[in-house]
Design a protein around this ligand. Structure first.
Ligand SMILES: Nc1nc2c(ncn2[C@@H]2O[C@@H]3COP(=O)(O)O[C@H]4[C@@H](O)[C@H](n5cnc6c(=O)[nH]c(N)nc65)O[C@@H]4COP(=O)(O)O[C@H]3[C@H]2O)c(=O)[nH]1
Length: 882
């Protein structure tokens, strides 16, 4: 409540005037006779003039409450002219609603002189002539002259201050309720109010804060002078200002705040207050800053040490009391290695180069061991720090806090250590910082590990750990250069495992992989430290033997073959591995690595052709042969795309009545340069150079086309059988290809039989099994080719979806010459009989062979005795001639 207004008593010594009229001459006031100036002739006049010109409004009332003096400032204050007021009751100067109270107070004071209205200054509400409310400070003096009690009132207009205060009161009421920290400043940007949120967040009370500038209050040890000065300077612009700044609490701890400064203006447009709202954004800001800087360095593909260095420096810029180190765990998780510690004193760094990960290994080693944060608020008294105390003391480290850096799967990748120069524990900011940094460090460390892994993959074979072709050749080039400089020889060995494909096909890829790992191990064991071993591809390895001549190479190769030949157990099967090795020599067989490797490869082929588990040294003849082979491969490619490949058909007859059972389609190739190339040459070549699938497609299409043509022309060919290789069976499109080809030529699945060897059908590869099942389900017959050369068991045969057994030519050849073969052939025929399979005997050349087979119940025969493989028209003539 504002204090009650004071009433002035009108004086009768001055006649009323109108404000617009000229001011009347100054009165001679009775009271002047009793002033200190009494005696001076013009003393009264001086005093009256002084009062008249006073800045404050002066009103004097007489004992009847009439206004007897009303100076110019009073006229300005109320808007009443002197003449309108003088002689009238002072009540006219008092707002109507408080007049009764006012009159009562004056009366009481006149009677008792006890009222508090006299003396002290108070704020009162007034009403101007134009009805506008005003606020003024009032001080009232009571004077008694000749027992007449008069009052003099001095008033000063404080309406503006009052409104400012009122505004501030309302603002404070509004802001106190918010959770944010709020500062209100006045028009000079001095703090006039801080809310509860500010007190809570910054720890200052109102007394400490009020009167200071915000920039000054919020600055701390590490504030950049310009940043907060900017804040203090902004208010004059009269616009909303936003900024994110590091500000400091009373206790010196920094925090990141988002500042929004809103100016509040008076009606006349002048600045009244600024409201500054501060929201703590420490966490998000730190995250943004750290993440940005770390990501930037990572995007630039900077080394991990540099990324970590950035992290340390950023953390230290936010919390300058910290010295930060980032350590990474060794692959075996036994040690921590130093990655970055830009501000950790040099003297302490040796500790961080290889810190054991153990339950009591300073703070970092312990944190990595347990996978949790570890605090040592006093390094001097922490037992885990005992071995490092002296170095810590020398480095000025008094306390440490270490936090594990973990991968997403929880594995400890390293630690982030914070060192303090005084004995203390980490505060909230430190914890927040570290919690933000640790995942960033984890990303950077994992990324580095992935990079190393990728680099490793680029240079090392993932399966065996041996250098891959690229690295081996690079290492070999260096070794070769050294040998060339010193004039010493070098041997290059090309090693290819024998029958590796068979292991893969029959025992599965895991077994194949296990075999390769074992071979790699054995190769490494057999060589000297200076020798180089690498895996070129699949089952091919190479070894470079520097300073090795032909004789020494010979010894080394024999040692290798012996070692490789040691039996081993894989997936329950006993394997007897062997390899074919080709050797080339520097300088005789080449002066660069590529040539030496190529020549060793040629020699290896020669060794393989010579009967496996053998080695060959390169010779120029071999080279010629290899070149021919390459030329043949190119010619085969041409033949497959542009003709030159055709089919012959060999009849298959029923042995009981000599009727035609079917024909076997056999591929033939006539090349303009090489002439007739036998299948025994070009089929393996097609398999080796990846052309066999295409060859199969061509044969299937041509055989079906021919059969359809015969059907159309009434040539009585019951069916055609075709040879397939194992890559066909691993081709997931094979069933669709067969169905499509048959449909295109209007044939049915029963019109063809597919011949496959045992190992092809027994291939453990899932696609092979799916294909065999799909082909069988479609109604296409499968024949087991070269039967008897493998190791098929009766039990296994039963589970195979085959309908024919083709008895291998080698059995038929010896028929009639020795009894054992006869017994064997008979057993196979019985086996087929018991499994309800048609037995087809291949390679019948003589009558007695045919008779034996017929006698023993073999159904079908094929061989030169009846006909050689024939061109289609010759076959037609053969048929017609029967
Ligand atoms: N000594 C002797 N040989 C006889 C007699 N009767 C038939 N032959 C020969 O025995 C081979 C039978 O074919 P194969 O065992 O499937 O053996 C075939 C087969 O494995 C493969 N082959 C032929 N054509 C193709 C084909 O289109 N695709 C695939 N993947 N392999 C084929 O090439 C091998 C050799 O084929 P060819 O040289 O045509 O040899 C044929 C045939 O001419 C005989 O009474 N005495």
């Amino acid at each position: 409540m504002p204090p009650p207004p004071i009433t002035l008593t009108p004086a009768d010594v001055v006649k009323p005037t109108h404000a617009t009229e000229k001011r009347p001459p100054l009165p001679e006031l009775p009271l002047l006779r009793h002033t200190a100036l009494t005696g001076a002739t013009n003393a009264g006049e001086i005093l009256v003039q002084t009062l008249e010109q006073a800045i404050d409004a002066v009103v004097v009332i007489d004992e009847h409450n009439r206004v007897v003096f009303f100076n110019a400032a009073a006229e300005r204050l109320w808007g009443w002219g002197n003449r309108e007021v003088i002689g009238r009751s002072v009540t006219m100067l008092v707002p109507a609603d408080i007049q009764p109270r006012h009159d009562e107070l004056i009366e009481r004071n006149r009677r008792t002189n006890e009222s508090h209205i006299v003396g002290s200054s108070r704020k009162v509400r007034l009403e101007r002539k134009d009805g506008r409310a005003l606020w003024a400070t009032l001080s009232l003096s009571r004077i008694t002259v000749d027992r007449r009690v008069m009052y003099t009132a001095f008033l000063r207009d404080v309406t503006r201050e009052h409104e400012d205060q009122e505004q501030l009161r309302l603002l404070s009421l509004g802001t106190d309720a918010t959770g944010n920290a709020v500062i209100i400043t006045d028009d000079e940007h001095r703090i006039v109010f801080i809310n509860a949120g500010f007190r809570r967040l910054f720890g200052h009370d109102a007394e400490e804060a009020c009167g200071r500038r915000p920039g000054e209050l919020l600055a701390g040890a590490h504030t950049e002078a310009a940043s907060l000065a900017r804040l203090d300077g902004q208010q004059h612009r009269g616009e909303t200002f936003r900024a994110d700044e590091i500000v400091y609490r009373k206790d010196g701890r920094p925090l990141w705040a988002s500042l929004v400064m809103d100016p509040i203006h008076r009606e006349d447009g002048s600045l009244r207050n600024c409201v500054i709202a501060l929201t703590e954004i420490t966490r998000s800001k730190m995250y943004e800053l750290l993440q940005r800087s770390v990501l930037e360095t990572m995007i630039q593909d900077r080394p991990v040490r540099e990324v970590m260095d950035t992290v340390c420096r950023k953390v230290e810029s936010i919390a300058p009391e910290l010295r930060v180190a980032i350590l990474v765990a060794s692959d075996d998780s036994k040690y921590l290695r130093l990655l970055a510690a830009p501000s950790v004193p040099e003297v302490f760094r040796p500790v961080l180069h290889q810190l054991p990960i153990a339950p009591d290994s300073a703070s970092s080693g312990t944190a990595a061991w347990y996978g949790t944060s570890v605090e040592a608020s006093s390094v001097a008294s922490s037992p885990a720090w005992a071995p490092y105390r002296e170095l810590a003391a020398a480095a000025g480290i008094a306390a440490c806090w270490a936090h594990p850096i973990k991968a997403r799967n929880g594995r400890v990748l390293g630690t982030l250590a914070c060192y303090f120069v005084d004995q203390r524990r980490p505060d909230d900011l430190h914890r927040q910082l570290v919690e933000l940094c640790a995942p960033l460090c984890a990303v950077a460390i994992e990324r580095e590990a992935a990079k190393i892994h990728i680099e490793r993959l680029a240079f090392y074979d993932a399966l065996t750990g041996l250098p891959n072709r690229r690295l081996l050749l690079a290492q070999a080039s260096r070794a070769l250069a050294l040998c060339a400089r010193h004039g010493t020889p070098l041997a290059m060995l090309f090693i290819d495992l024998d029958r590796f494909k068979q292991v893969n096909d029959t025992l599965g890829h895991d077994s194949g992989d296990a075999l390769l790992r074992e071979i790699a191990q054995r190769l490494q064991e057999c060589v000297r430290d200076a020798d180089l071993v690498g895996r070129l591809s699949g089952d091919e390895f190479a070894i470079v033997l520097p300073q090795t001549n032909a004789e020494q190479a010979c010894a080394a190769v024999e040692r290798l073959l012996a070692s490789l030949a040691r039996p081993l157990q894989v997936a329950g099967a006993r394997l007897n591995p062997s390899a074919s090795i080709g050797v080339s020599l520097f300088p005789d067989n080449g002066c660069d690595v590529d040539t030496l490797l190529r020549h060793a490869d040629v020699a290896m082929y020669q060794a393989k052709a010579a009967g496996r588990n053998a080695y060959e040294f390169f010779s120029p003849e071999m080279n010629r042969y290899a070149h021919e082979r390459m030329a043949l491969e190119a010619a085969l490619r041409d033949a497959l795309s542009g003709g030159g490949l055709y089919l012959h058909y060999q009849p298959q007859l029923r042995l009981d009545d000599n009727r035609l059972y079917g024909v076997e389609a056999l591929a033939r190739w006539r090349d303009p340069h090489f002439g007739d190339v036998p299948p025994s040459h070009f089929i393996p070549l097609a398999e080796e150079c990846g052309l066999i699938v295409e060859l199969g497609r061509v044969v299937l299409d041509e055989a079906c086309r021919q059969l359809a043509d015969w059907r159309r022309r009434g040539v009585p060919i019951p069916s055609v059988s075709l040879n397939l290789s194992s890559p066909h069976f691993r081709d997931p499109t094979l069933p669709a290809l067969i169905a499509d080809t048959l449909a295109r030529h209007c044939l049915t699945p029963r019109d063809i039989t597919l011949e496959a060897t045992e190992s092809m059908v027994m291939d453990a590869h899932p696609i092979t099994q799916e294909n065999v099942a799909a082909i069988h389900a479609a109604g296409v017959h499968l024949a087991l080719d070269d039967f008897g050369t493998g190791y098929s068991s009766l039990g296994y045969l039963r589970s195979l979806p085959v309908s024919e057994l083709k008895l291998d030519r080698s059995f038929i050849r010896d028929l009639g010459r020795d009894d054992k073969t006869g017994a064997l052939v008979d057993a196979v025929i019985r086996m087929g009989e018991s499994l309800n399979l048609t037995v087809v005997a291949e390679g019948i050349e003589r009558q007695e062979q045919a008779r034996f087979l017929a006698r023993h119940g073999c159904h079908i025969g094929q061989g030169y005795l009846y006909a050689r493989p024939l061109a289609p028209d010759t076959l037609e003539q053969w048929l017609a001639g029967r």
